[in-house]
Design a protein around this ligand. Structure first.
Ligand SMILES: Nc1nc2c(c(=O)[nH]1)N[C@H]1C(S)=C(S)[C@@H](COP(=O)(O)O)O[C@H]1N2
Ligand SMILES: [Mo]
Length: 304
């Protein structure tokens, strides 16, 4: 089987040179005399600026125009431009596998009776950029409790819609379709894991994975499968899309880990969309205190 090399490449790196130029631009904009400051103080200012990057939510515009959704094209602006062909109503989700009542649900019925939540999470793409996203949705654990998996269920798999007419990018062989992701059941039951249906208190736009998508903030963004039509409970670990496409590069676990580089680039730092400078990437994307215990005793270099 011939699979073309997947193009999840780092977006344009900020080179040292452009960083230097940007620094000068920023200092000039701040009314500071660039030449009047000794270099070390320039750096101190710059680092302070970097450190001041907090978890302010990314603008709605950036969240909805800078996307990865290869079903609509591989460049960042294509999902926003092309996802209008996706029809999100009516929307049926098939619940299958090791579950008490396998059934097809209309989206409204699937989530009926489950408390909605709003959660602002960091989002770290494996490519080296990050965002902060104010999600609306439900906790995945509440949905799983409602669906009642059997005691045999150890994993849960999420499958994106497969329809070349609505998702023209599926005509290309860039990834094996449909897009599939999965979690160990205990990961899926973690309170941080969401099924998102909105951003900034508005229904998800198609480019963000309408009408429902997975959100696991301690993992790289590719875990968050979009426009889900099937939820399947399994005894064994599912085969997942990026892992099938490039097993050395994208592991099943995909926990954010600055100490384990992608084979083609470092994962130590990230560029927050909307910010000038790169910042350090944190273990488990900053959620280690909440999720590290899920992986006690596991070699996180092997299980990347
Ligand atoms: N079906 C599907 N889901 C997907 C992707 C995709 O190409 N297809 N891209 C993933 C990747 S790599 C990332 S970083 C996030 C991006 O989500 P966003 O565009 O809402 O920021 O979606 C993930 N979910
Ligand atoms: Mo990503």
């Amino acid at each position: 089987m011939l699979i073309r090399r997947p193009p999840e490449l780092p977006t344009r790196e900020i080179t040292d040179e452009s960083l230097y130029l940007n620094r000068r631009v920023w200092l000039a904009a701040a009314g500071m005399a660039v030449s009047a400051l000794p270099t070390s103080r320039l750096w101190a200012k710059t680092l302070a600026l970097g450190a001041a990057q907090d978890d302010k939510p990314t603008s709605y515009k950036d969240l909805t125009t800078y996307n990865n959704f290869y079903e609509f094209g591989t460049s960042k602006d294509e999902p926003a431009r092309n996802a209008g062909t996706l029809r999100t109503s009516p929307w049926t989700i098939s619940v299958e596998g090791e579950v008490k009542k396998p059934a097809k649900y209309d989206l409204a019925d699937l989530i009926k009776g489950i408390a909605t939540v709003g959660r602002t999470y960091r989002h770290r793409c494996v490519e080296g950029w990050s965002m902060v996203i104010p999600w609306n949705g439900i906790q995945l654990k509440d949905l799983i409790a409602k669906l009642e998996p059997t005691s045999n269920a150890k994993f849960v798999e999420f499958t994106t819609l497969m329809d070349e007419k609505q998702m023209p990018g599926q005509r290309s062989g860039v990834l094996p379709w449909p897009y599939v992701e999965g979690l160990r059941l205990d990961e899926a039951m973690h309170p941080l894991a969401l099924i998102a249906t909105g951003i900034y208190d508005k229904p998800l736009l198609n480019q963000n994975g309408a009408p429902l998508r997975l959100v696991t903030p301690w993992k790289y963004g590719f875990k968050g499968g979009k426009s889900i039509v099937r939820i399947r409970f399994l005894r064994t670990q599912p085969a997942t899309t990026w892992n099938i496409a490039a097993p050395d590069e994208y592991g099943f676990y995909a926990n954010v880990n600055p100490a384990v580089d992608h084979p083609r680039w470092s994962q130590a730092r990230e560029r927050r969309i909307g910010s000038l400078l790169k910042q350090a990437t944190l273990p488990f994307n900053g959620y280690a205190d909440q999720v590290a215990s899920l992986y006690t005793g596991m070699d996180l270099r092997k299980n990347f």
